[in-house]
Design a binder for this molecule. Sequence first.
Ligand SMILES: NC(=O)C1=CN([C@@H]2O[C@H](COP(=O)(O)OP(=O)(O)OC[C@H]3O[C@@H](n4cnc5c(N)ncnc54)[C@H](OP(=O)(O)O)[C@@H]3O)[C@@H](O)[C@H]2O)C=CC1
Ligand SMILES: O=C(O)[C@@H]1CCC=N1
Length: 289
Amino acid sequence: MESIKLGFIGGGNIVQAFINGLHRSNQLKLTNTMISCPNANEKPIFKQYSEYIQTTTSNIDLCRFADIVLFAVKSKFIKSICNELNEHLNHDDKKRILFVSVIPGLKILTIEKWLMIKNENIVRIMYNVAVATENGCFCFAMSKLNESMKQSYENLKFLFNAVGQYAGNVTEDQLDVVTALMGSGPAFFCLVCEAMADGAVKMGLPRDLALAMTKQTMVGCANLLLSSKDKHPAQLRDEIATPGGTTIYGLHALETKAVRGAFIDAISVAAQRAQNMSKELETFENDNS
Ligand SMILES: NC(=O)C1=CN([C@@H]2O[C@H](COP(=O)(O)OP(=O)(O)OC[C@H]3O[C@@H](n4cnc5c(N)ncnc54)[C@H](OP(=O)(O)O)[C@@H]3O)[C@@H](O)[C@H]2O)C=CC1
Ligand SMILES: O=C(O)[C@@H]1CCC=N1
């Protein structure tokens, strides 16, 4: 099998998570990967996998090399990157590439306009940092792809399947919600993890023990919920809360602080932020401002 020519514009957290996951799942070797970003040549992780990964500071060289190009930069940089690509690449250069974006709020229509290409060469993806340990989750939003893009799309899906669960394809509007829930989600769980461990520390448990147990409890609970797909979380919660016992006291404390309301708000404001980012990008005129 020919290696998959994969390119990343941006080499930060979300790209590194994917690279680590691919390596862990033994699939990095199926790729011939190139990463482009200002400090690409200095990053130890890419040196570590230099057998499969080349680095460059030229987004143009990367596009000349790769069949799949994934945009993973902060949204404020993407317009100037598209301008740069337009300056140096002709229509045929761009036509052979499957452009993929993980940038929240960056609509297919906006990429089409900025890159002067058709939507049949563009896929939006959302995934999360848990791909680093092969426990990620991913989904796509896209229009009908050009026939010539199908192999690249299958290759992309194959690689992501190695590091996460495919959650299906969604509309671009739904992708804003997905970004909040699954893209940002690990950060919300981290906050819960930290706060629960702090509670245990407050009650006298050593911090390392408190954190280790909180993490393992999160994993254990997630596995239980995943192992019985039909089980609603409320059912498991009820099984844990013995009448008059410790859990119901804790749950009551959470209800008095409106924690459920706070989480509902967190997901909705994060999704609204993604929607607003779309509007900002659509009217974005100043490069890198
Ligand atoms: N972090 C996450 O969990 C998730 C992030 N995302 C999205 O992915 C994108 C990247 O996020 P993340 O990896 O966390 O961000 P980071 O800040 O960690 O990485 C951004 C990368 O962009 C590079 N960069 C900046 N300017 C350019 C340029 N002109 N050309 C090429 N590369 C450039 C930076 O280079 P250098 O390192 O050299 O400075 C850096 O490697 C964002 O849009 C984010 O919203 C989506 C889902 C989850
Ligand atoms: O915070 C952000 O905007 C990105 C998208 C999802 C996770 N991180």
